[in-house]
Design a protein around this ligand. Structure first.
Ligand SMILES: [Zn+2]
Length: 155
């Protein structure tokens, strides 16, 4: 498993610092790919996915969340191919029907089923397009986890 961590320098550094902090114990157990996405380089996020795609199971952690190690481990060990820990509050998210990519696992098998993904979309649209593609390929909704997750903003 590879942990993908895209970050945006100079934007809400305090929130991002909590993410970097949460990644310290994660790095001790899994490789973390840190990818700088400059502010305004909106396709940088999709490019990071594309570069990492099809090599190993991906666990994506966005720059503004701070997952517990327990959550990362639960996602890593779960036999379901598509797992997410939604920020909560939305019935569709809690049912796994829609997904943000903030804290999400995509198994290698599903990636290989859609080798053309991810389509190059801006950061704010990638989640919708990518999850629709993955759900179609796997025939499943997201498997929803409930372990602790701090989420600092929706940007
Ligand atoms: Zn799961």
């Amino acid at each position: 498993m590879i942990v993908l961590h895209c970050y945006v320098p100079g934007v809400r550094e305090d929130d991002q610092a909590k993410c970097w902090e949460a990644l310290v114990p994660v790095r001790a157990r899994w490789p973390v790919l840190d990818v700088e996405v400059p502010p305004g380089a909106d396709l940088g996020y999709a490019w990071a996915f594309r570069r990492a795609w099809g090599k190993d199971t991906l666990l994506n952690i966005e720059h503004d969340v701070a997952p517990s190690v327990e959550l990362v481990e639960a996602l890593a060990l779960c036999p379901e191919p598509l797992c997410t820990r939604p920020p909560g509050g939305s019935p569709a998210q809690d049912a796994g029907q829609v997904c943000w990519l903030g804290c999400t696992k995509i198994a290698l098998g599903v990636q290989l089923a859609v080798p053309w993904a991810p389509i190059l979309r801006p950061w704010g649209q990638l989640d919708v397009d990518l999850t629709a593609t993955l759900q179609q390929a796997s025939g499943r909704y997201w498997h929803v986890h409930k372990e602790p997750l701090e989420h600092y903003h929706h940007a």
